[in-house]
Design a protein around this ligand. Structure first.
Ligand SMILES: Cc1ncc(COP(=O)(O)O)c(C=O)c1O
Length: 385
């Protein structure tokens, strides 16, 4: 059932609305932006088809069932009890980060962040005149560590936590989160926790929403989530913030400031409700498929491309590849795009620590992973001749 669901390629070049599949020339295999090449669960398509029966598509708001589906999901998956009224719907996690940074901080304030990080997130503080305080995500014997993050927080007004972390796939342990949360309490630091990849954690790790640690931590936390990564719904533009502190929620909502819409994506709401109400079995099957893909990717890269370094991601369908020993320059993604016709995400876009790296998206049928590895291996072999 799993390979039938996830192993069969679907046509993503037609219609030509996929950014991933239409940005590059037709002979390029795209393994970049963070969406998957999996067909969404049938329950989502059925819910959307049913909604199309009523041909009225005016401004929309979440209904009770949508809020309850999310509250139920957070309770069942993370043992995290929140109220329907704690949810603020937004067009995605990025607008939520912008709203929080712009609406809750003042120019010159410091924002601690683990680098490298997904480009639009690490660029966000400077959009609001804020100072980013970087802490490197450093590889260690047990995976990626926290580097100097605790020290960075002690100089900051806010922490932007990306958990699971993009691009490394690091899942912060409960112990790490407790340490971070206690510094944030001690230093009175606001926590913006981007948890959009949290439903795709691999066996051996668990996702802990930082706000679930205690009511006191929740009171200083804005958690950003969506069904986008888990259910491949990012084009529908719907996410939500979980904010249990009423005053913090009021200030976050006020930060819409006419730039972020106050009404929501209608089809995003329909799909999100179906995903969280009916998608758990599909999610589990997807994690099983992705776990095997991750193991396959790591084993094959190590076997076939001596010199490439990577730490198996603990979550999601992205892997962070270190090509520095292979002499492909600062931006190996550019070299591989030209010579191997594989479109990876360029490491330098992830900021400090990104040079010499590239990110691969393996959220696709395994045949495409093999094709990408074949192409990369061939290009490197030809270079050696
Ligand atoms: C960690 C992280 N946060 C946010 C986003 C963007 O989310 P959204 O489309 O909900 O704005 C991405 C997309 O790749 C991401 O990886």
């Amino acid at each position: 059932m799993r390979s039938a669901l996830f192993g069969r390629p679907i046509d993503r070049r037609n219609p030509a609305d996929s950014v991933k599949w239409n940005r590059y020339a037709d002979d390029v295999l795209p393994m970049w932006i963070a969406d998957t090449d999996f067909a969404v669960p049938e329950a989502i398509v059925a819910a959307m088809a049913e909604r199309l029966q009523n041909p009225a598509f005016g401004y929309a708001m979440p209904d009770r069932q949508t809020r309850e589906a999310i509250v139920g999901w957070l309770s069942a998956r993370y043992g995290w009890q929140v109220s329907a009224s704690d949810l603020v719907f937004i067009p995605g996690a990025l607008p939520g980060i912008a709203m929080a940074l712009g609406g809750l901080l003042s120019p010159g304030d410091g924002v601690a962040m683990q680098m490298p990080t997904y480009g639009p997130i690490h660029a966000a503080p400077s959009n609001w005149g804020l100072c980013r305080i970087d802490a490197l995500v450093e590889p260690g014997p047990d995976g990626y560590g926290m580097g100097d993050l605790e020290e960075a927080i002690s100089r900051a007004r806010a922490l932007v936590l990306c958990n699971p972390h993009n691009p490394t796939g690091k899942v912060y342990s409960r112990e790490e989160l407790i340490r971070l949360a206690s510094i944030c309490e001690r230093e009175d630091v606001l926590i913006l926790s981007d948890e959009v990849h949290c439903d795709l954690v691999y066996p051996g790790r668990e996702h802990v929403p930082i706000a679930s640690l205690s009511p006191e931590i929740a009171a200083r936390t804005i958690t950003l989530m969506s069904a986008g990564k888990t259910f491949n719904l990012s084009g529908l533009k719907l996410g939500f913030a979980v904010i249990t502190n009423k005053e913090l929620r009021r200030r976050f909502v006020a930060a819409h400031r006419g730039m972020v819409p106050r009404t929501d994506s209608l089809m995003g709401l329909v799909a999100t409700r179906a995903a969280f109400a009916e998608g758990e079995a599909w999610r589990r099957a997807q994690v099983d498929y992705l776990t095997a893909s991750r193991d396959h990717l790591v084993a094959e890269l190590v076997r076939r491309i001596p010199g490439v370094r990577l730490i198996a991601p603990q979550a999601s369908f992205l892997a962070w590849l270190d090509f520095r020993d292979l002499g492909l320059g600062d931006d190996p993604g550019a070299w591989l795009l030209e010579k191997a016709r594989v479109g990876l995400s360029p490491g330098p876009e992830f900021g400090t620590g990104g040079v010499g790296h590239a990110r691969i998206n393996f959220g696709c049928p395994r045949v495409l992973i093999d094709e990408a590895i074949d192409r990369i291996t061939r290009a490197l072999d030809q270079r050696a001749v």
